[in-house]
Design a protein. Structure first.
Length: 255
């Protein structure tokens, strides 16, 4: 009964352009529920409500809309708001949004981004549709093998704001080749003075960046992985595919 009452209130508030009041009810809901409630409304209404949410929460909600709905909302935004929204998304979602923008907005947004951001997004966007590279995320945690566990933990604390989620620690050699992985649990339980090379797992399940996305989903299910590292032909780590990315592929296949 309360849920129906809330939905009626939200509908009334949105009808009357009282977006702040609608936000007060919506802010307690899951991003998926928020998107489901707002989806039938015009893009202008979605935009008005969306920008009442804090930046990171805004990004999580935005990702729950269909690509066409995302594009409709994005086309209403000024360049500064669009860049802010873009930066609240994970790299793979950023690429999806950029691809959906009209040329005028695309060309307006790119110069505003930092050089490294711009280069990373252009590189991600270059991978063929349907490949592992096209769905991978470059927001992962990797460290050189010589680091002490205590130093790794300290770095993770400092970097947490930049990371979408910590699934596994990837261990690299001096040439950024993937040579090991470590779960967060193992990291916490290891001796602080041990080196990553002493405690890492060297049996690695990874996928080539040019392999198809369905194979990535199959491998994650087969090996019960929450994240799958993506490498090139030289075994250089390029990114990873998370369980969220895999679910998106499954949903795409269903529709």
């Amino acid at each position: 009964m309360q849920h129906e009452l809330d939905l009626n209130l939200i509908a009334q508030y949105l009808k009357d352009d009282q977006y702040a009041k609608a936000f007060e009810i919506l802010e307690h809901l899951h991003p998926t529920e928020i998107a489901e409630i707002l989806s039938p409304y015009p893009a202008e209404t979605i935009q008005s409500v969306l920008f009442h949410f804090p930046k990171q929460r805004r990004g999580a909600i935005f990702c729950e809309f269909s690509y066409s709905e995302q594009a409709d909302v994005a086309q209403l935004l000024e360049t500064s708001d669009l860049v802010s929204l873009l930066r609240s998304l994970s790299p793979d979602d950023q690429v999806d949004l950029l691809k959906a923008l009209p040329d005028e907005q695309y060309n307006a947004v790119l110069p505003v981004l930092a050089k490294k951001e711009r280069e990373d997004l252009i590189k991600l966007a270059s991978y063929p549709e349907g490949s592992a590279g096209s769905i991978m995320n470059t927001d992962y945690i990797s460290y050189p093998q010589h680091l002490l566990i205590q130093d790794v933990l300290q770095r993770i604390r400092l970097e947490k704001a930049q990371k979408e989620a910590i699934y596994r620690i990837y261990v690299l050699d001096n040439d950024r080749k993937l040579i090991g992985t470590l779960s967060v649990t193992d990291l916490i339980l290891s001796e602080p003075t041990a080196r990553l090379s002493d405690v890492m797992k060297t049996k690695i399940v990874s996928i080539d960046v040019n392999e198809n996305q369905e194979e990535a989903v199959f491998m994650m299910a087969r090996y019960d992985l929450v994240a799958l590292p993506v490498v090139d032909e030289t075994n250089t780590l390029l990114g990873n595919i998370t369980h969220d990315d895999a679910l998106d592929v499954i949903e795409e296949e269903r529709t």
